[in-house]
Design a protein around this ligand. Structure first.
Ligand code: AQP
Length: 330
């Protein structure tokens, strides 16, 4: 059932607003891969976001806001399939099937589960989150998955499940490859450069949102935690704060880290931070502008159209999967 068409799948949760880490680590690759692969499929994974406590109205609004941001960063609905996960029930059906070949011990080792369960409390959905993520990827038989570094363990589980499933039921799924950017695969918090920038960090100064205006961006970068020295250098062990800013700077300016270090090594952190802020502002301004121009009803229509197409594609896969596992017919 493997095919010559090279297909990309990735998803993002509609929990809160999207931040620089999401963009640098994942979304920028989503956009690029539209030119590099035959098919790109992107999903707002709302079922995943239900695994932590949420407010129903805010959650509903965040789905649409996330869809709008994806369009604003450059996902083109004429070239990519874009939809809400919950509108395609085959994701959940395949997750059930994959769950029957997933070991409990393997899920218990997932660091994201441990971290989130500590913060938000345990539930079965949170525990089986990586199985649903595997189903998201495999229901489209994707070959490549652009994600940040934090998803490495989940992708490994997906690859294990592919091998286990194919061995038991026949060659149904291709082995998906994780695609991460060379720099910025893990953008760190601006307030604690030893932990990743995250939507759920209670301190808003820890992150920059894609819709933040220039003044907020300047303030957040100015107050980013660094160290007590004055020389700009790329050294994650000794200078995690400065190294994080250097990666962000390099991403947005398109310049090499060595080049930036040469130019900004001396001259103090103040001047360096100002330059980082201006590069980020230049990069995010077009996204913010496009976001403001998008019409809610039009975006809802795009998502509806995407779901129709995604359901048809996912069902084609499921017909073969059901047959392989012995669930076809009456
Ligand atoms: N700090 C980051 N650096 C690089 N990539 C990141 N990603 C997230 N944070 C960073 C990548 O963004 C994609 C979408 O993430 P998600 O929203 O589906 O899941 P997440 O990893 O749970 O995002 P957050 O912000 O960290 O949310 P919370 O706070 O809820 O845990 C993924 O490809 C992810 O790798």
């Amino acid at each position: 059932m493997t095919t010559e068409v090279k297909r990309v799948f990735s998803g993002i949760q509609p929990t809160g607003e999207l931040h620089l880490g999401n963009y640098v680590g994942a979304l920028s690759n989503w956009v690029k891969m539209q030119d590099e692969y035959d098919e790109t499929i992107y999903c707002v994974v709302d079922l995943h976001a239900m695994t932590v406590p949420y407010d129903v109205e805010e959650f509903h609004a965040a789905r649409l806001q996330t869809a709008k941001l994806l369009l604003a960063v450059g996902i083109d609905p004429d070239r990519s399939l874009l939809y809400y996960q919950s509108q395609v029930p085959q994701h959940a059906e395949l997750a059930w099937i994959l769950g029957t070949i997933t070991g409990i011990g393997q899920l218990e080792r997932m660091t994201q589960y441990k971290e989130k369960a500590d913060k938000a409390g345990q539930n079965l959905g949170l525990f089986s989150y990586p199985v649903l993520m595997a189903a998201d990827i495999l229901v489209h038989r994707a070959h490549a998955v652009p994600v940040g570094d934090d998803q490495t363990q989940h992708l490994e589980l997906t690859r294990d499940l592919v091998e286990r499933f194919n061995h038991r039921f026949g060659e149904i799924f291709p082995l998906p490859e994780r695609i991460t950017p060379e720099i910025g695969a893990r953008v760190m918090s601006l307030q604690d450069p030893t932990s990743k920038m995250s939507k759920s960090d209670p301190n808003p100064n820890s992150r920059i949102l894609l819709v933040d205006d220039p003044d907020v961006i300047r303030k957040r970068i100015k107050s980013a935690v660094t160290d007590s020295e004055t020389t700009v250098a790329y050294d994650w062990d000794r200078k995690p704060g400065i190294s994080n800013l250097l990666e962000i700077f390099s991403f947005f300016s398109g310049r090499k880290i060595d080049d930036l270090v040469d130019e900004y090594a001396e001259g103090g952190y103040g001047r360096f931070k100002e330059a980082v802020a201006e590069a980020v502002i230049d990069g995010l301004t077009p996204i913010r502008t496009r976001y403001k121009q998008l019409d809610d009803a039009e975006v809802a229509h795009i998502m509806e159209r995407g779901a129709l197409d995604a359901r048809a594609r996912a069902e084609r896969s499921m017909v073969e999967i059901r047959k392989a596992v012995g669930l076809a017919g009456y």
